[in-house]
Write a protein that binds this ligand. Structure first.
Ligand code: OGA
Ligand code: MN
Length: 292
């Protein structure tokens, strides 16, 4: 296995692993460590089936079946389809890029370790790939906080709510999302998440607070909370934390969903097809032990 870091704020390309075959336990541990260290890891030029993606993801933890599971591969509710493509005039995938920055599953009591996307169709215009996925490094964001802010957020939690992001996306033109049902609300009530967390792979502190879902810092009045959340979100915007992945078909990209925030860029049109298979790995294992 050959791990080549991008040299940027996040990211490494991993060569010499064929994900159409089972990954040996030692290689799995190396990949897990690389995920913690680089935040975004890419396995280029893969040709894999849905079952291969599932088998790879399950090495890292249980796969999520989303509460609003709009589009998934046949017989695989855990494999979501992200796509702007249509069949018989109807959407075949969740097509809403242009999301704003967020962390998947921060709204959930049980959080996710990682996402894995397999790029089957990547829009290209004039030789350039479109639909970048962007990331920010929350290890570095925490380390770079001024000491007084570190003190203010230490031991604090924020309330995250699924509906914040859902309704923001739903309001976008052409959204296929309906209103959340009472049952979905019941399954995903607002939850509190510590703002400073110890990353389960690296053992280092991270800033776990994203503008997609975080509503309020618990125990603060709204004005004080808004001011501190604004500060934290602005802080995350610094270019030194930023990394953009430019997609190539066949990429299997895995991102650390605890130590990064991400955003999808909607710079492609309805006639420029994009198709990704996506799984979400829940943080259900003892990663410190596995990475040791
Ligand atoms: C996601 C997501 C980004 C993309 O799958 O959670 O934000 O580029 N996707 O499709
Ligand atoms: Mn996301």
């Amino acid at each position: 296995m050959d791990i080549r870091p991008t040299g940027e704020a996040l990211g490494a390309r991993i060569f010499g692993v064929d994900l159409s075959k089972p990954v040996a336990d030692g290689d799995f541990r190396t990949i897990l460590r690389a995920l913690g260290e680089h935040g975004v890891i890419v396995f280029p030029r893969q040709t894999i089936e849905t079952e291969d993606l599932v088998r790879f993801g399950q090495m890292f933890g249980d796969l999520e079946i989303n509460v609003a599971n709009l589009f998934h591969e046949p017989d695989h509710p855990e494999v979501m389809i992200l796509s702007n493509m249509k069949k018989d005039g109807k959407p075949i995938g969740l097509g809403d890029a242009g999301q704003g920055w967020h962390t998947d599953m921060s709204y959930s009591k049980d959080i996710a370790l990682a996402n894995v996307l397999y790029a089957m169709k990547v829009p290209i215009r004039e030789g350039r790939p479109l639909g970048d996925t962007q990331f920010r490094n929350m290890h570095a964001a925490y380390e770079n906080l001024p000491d007084d802010i570190k003190k203010r957020v230490e031991g604090r939690s924020a309330t995250h709510d699924f509906i914040k992001f859902w309704d923001m996306m739903r309001a976008k033109p052409g959204s296929t999302r309906g209103p959340l049902t009472a049952e979905q609300r019941r399954q995903k009530p607002p939850v509190s998440q510590p703002i400073v967390q110890t990353h389960p792979i690296t053992g280092r502190k991270i800033l776990y607070c994203n503008p997609g879902y975080a509503m309020v810092i618990d125990g603060m009045d709204q004005a004080e909370s808004d001011e501190l959340l604004d500060y934290l979100f602005k802080h995350q915007e610094q270019p030194k934390f930023f990394y953009a992945h430019k997609w190539t078909e066949g990429d299997v990209l895995m991102w650390d969903n605890i130590g990064t925030v991400h955003n999808a860029i909607p710079d492609y049109g309805p006639d420029e097809p994009r198709y990704m298979r996506r799984i979400q790995v829940m943080a259900t294992k003892n990663y410190a032990k596995l990475a040791a």
